[in-house]
Design a protein around this ligand. Structure first.
Ligand SMILES: Cc1cc2nc3c(=O)[nH]c(=O)nc-3n(C[C@H](O)[C@H](O)[C@H](O)COP(=O)(O)OP(=O)(O)OC[C@H]3O[C@@H](n4cnc5c(N)ncnc54)[C@H](O)[C@@H]3O)c2cc1C
Ligand SMILES: NC(=O)c1ccc[n+]([C@@H]2O[C@H](COP(=O)([O-])OP(=O)(O)OC[C@H]3O[C@@H](n4cnc5c(N)ncnc54)[C@H](O)[C@@H]3O)[C@@H](O)[C@H]2O)c1
Length: 456
């Protein structure tokens, strides 16, 4: 930063997208100022992916132990949430301290500016009473915050968001989860597996409503098997808290409100573009997301990456976009962002992985669609695996082009099985070539071969 407070690039928000961009630009020799209001690393390592996956790993172990009697003998397991909470503090978040992430960033040559950044016209950011000018431009990577639905009474209660759930030192005895999307189903399963009585309230007619119907049905069956009460097509009418318990009246309950010790709101996320001053760069502050071109440019001298672009709220999307923005800022040519083969995995047990279009999305685009769906336990590996082998592979083919445009792989390691399908959709490998390759026996992914044979 020169004496006039000028740098080459300012990055606002240092979550996975912003931290990658700031570090890579600094390593390329640019003078980079990274502005962060909270913790360097963002939502994913402290309150999102990493701690939730540590919880899930622990919950899955408990469930696996529960399968021992059917296959291997006896196992006596005593769940202890303290181990999970301890690991999240000790290993994942360092007690919600970003020292290691700051060192990682500054060792690459970027400077950290603590505070809340706001655009103040082209290539200019204010942080408190300080103004930073950017010679090349600004990267917006400020992420999103939880969306709190306008349910009467809700905002006046001490509801939880994902942040409170990740920080929970003690397991609540009971919990209502508002929202049956990715956060809702993952956390409902974990909390239930540790002994919490969980109810999920989902407004759509199925869980994971953005995914294939089969995925929602599997998630519902799985949660039910873990003792979770799932209400779909249910609207919360109002929420109260009496100092001890929450009560939630829903459209599905005639006999009175649901009661629980905690209420977790997992009803999607919102970008707050007004707070970022995007109107000073000619953008709409009321928009749901920052629109960009394929090189992640939002305006002259302004790039945007990550959740606030609305192209998929996933860490891998934010880093993918950041790589493109970095190339563009450095003047290096490269392909536009391509979301055709966007992969995502819901880390329930069984995992539910998906890539590209669902059958419905493909039909809505006017494609002539063929699908193939096979359950995992129709494979030798699924049958050998026994309890815990629920899952399926579903393929969506653009029949005119003879390529897969979408796929779902659910089951044990469903997120890993997804990789081959991700390559097939991304590289547009012809279906007839996929049908004539060799699939290892006995793997879960042999169900892909069977589903290819079932395309109709
Ligand atoms: C419970 C949970 C589980 C998840 N699990 C997964 C998963 O398994 N896999 C996956 O791919 N994704 C997962 N996600 C999503 C993932 O966390 C996000 O997609 C990812 O963190 C987005 O990165 P980002 O860089 O866009 O923004 P963020 O991580 O949100 O970071 C944005 C940063 O900007 C900062 N900031 C905001 N405004 C300002 C400002 N004005 N000035 C300065 N700084 C600012 C914030 O403090 C924050 O540090 C999960 C999310 C949650 C909540
Ligand atoms: N494994 C992963 O990759 C992972 C895990 C967790 C979160 N995430 C990311 O974080 C984002 C946020 O997760 P999320 O679960 O909050 O959002 P989401 O958009 O995945 O799901 C929100 C759900 O809440 C429901 N809903 C909204 N308002 C409601 C209301 N008033 N009553 C009942 N239901 C209501 C919606 O219908 C939807 O099903 C996701 O979009 C996802 O991209 C990813």
């Amino acid at each position: 930063m020169d004496s006039d407070g000028r740098v080459d690039v300012v990055v606002v928000g240092l979550g996975p997208g912003g931290e990658y961009a700031a570090g890579a630009l600094a390593e390329a020799g640019l003078d980079v100022g990274g502005v962060e209001a909270e913790l360097v690393g963002g939502e994913c390592p402290y309150w999102g992916c990493v701690p939730s996956k540590m919880m899930i790993r622990a919950g899955d172990l408990l469930a696996e132990a529960g399968r021992v009697p059917a296959l291997a003998g006896t196992a006596v397991v005593t769940p202890d949430w303290g181990r999970v909470a301890g690991r999240i503090r000790g290993e994942a978040t360092d007690g919600w301290n970003d020292r290691a992430a700051v060192d990682r960033l500054t060792s690459k040559g970027a400077r950290l500016v603590r505070g809340r950044g706001r655009l103040a016209g082209a290539r200019r950011v204010t942080v408190g009473d300080r103004t930073i000018e950017a010679r090349r431009g600004v990267v917006l990577a400020a992420g999103t915050r939880p969306r709190i639905p306008a349910v009467p009474g809700l905002r006046e209660t001490p509801y939880w968001t994902n942040r409170d759930a990740m920080a929970a030192k003690e397991l609540p005895a009971s919990m209502i989860v508002l929202g049956g999307g990715a956060i809702g189903v993952e956390l409902a399963q974990v909390f239930a597996r540790f002994g919490c009585a969980v109810t999920v309230i989902e407004g759509q007619d199925r869980l994971l409503s953005q995914e294939e119907p089969e995925a929602g049905e599997l998630a519902a069956a799985t949660l039910a098997a873990d003792g979770v009460t799932v209400l779909t097509g249910a609207r919360a009418l109002d929420v109260r808290h009496d100092g001890t318990l929450f009560s939630v009246r829903t459209t599905e309950d005639d006999s009175g409100p649901r009661r629980a010790e905690r209420l977790l709101v997992a009803a999607g996320r919102l970008a707050d573009l007004g707070a970022l001053g995007v109107e000073t760069a000619g953008l709409d502050p009321a928009a749901r997301a920052v629109a960009t071109d394929g090189q992640m440019r939002a305006a002259d001298g302004l790039w945007a990456v990550g959740d606030l672009t609305g192209r998929g709220a996933f860490t891998h999307v934010s880093m993918y976009q950041a790589q493109i923005a970095v190339r563009d800022i450095l003047g290096e040519p490269g392909p536009d962002a391509d979301y055709r083969a966007l992969p995502r995995v819901t880390f329930t047990d069984p995992e539910i992985g998906a890539v590209g279009l669902t059958e419905r999305q493909a039909r809505e685009r006017g494609l002539r669609v063929r699908t193939g769906v096979l359950p995992l336990d129709s494979s030798t590996r699924g049958w050998v695996h026994g309890p815990g082998s629920a899952g399926f592979v579903k393929l969506v083919e653009d029949a005119d082009r003879g390529v897969l445009v979408g796929a779902t792989s659910a089951g044990p390691a469903g997120g890993e099985v997804l990789y081959g399908l991700n390559v097939a959709v991304h590289a547009e490998v012809p279906v007839h070539r996929l049908q004539h390759m060799i699939y290892t026996y006995p793997t879960f992914h042999r169900t892909v071969e069977a589903a290819l044979g079932a395309l109709r």
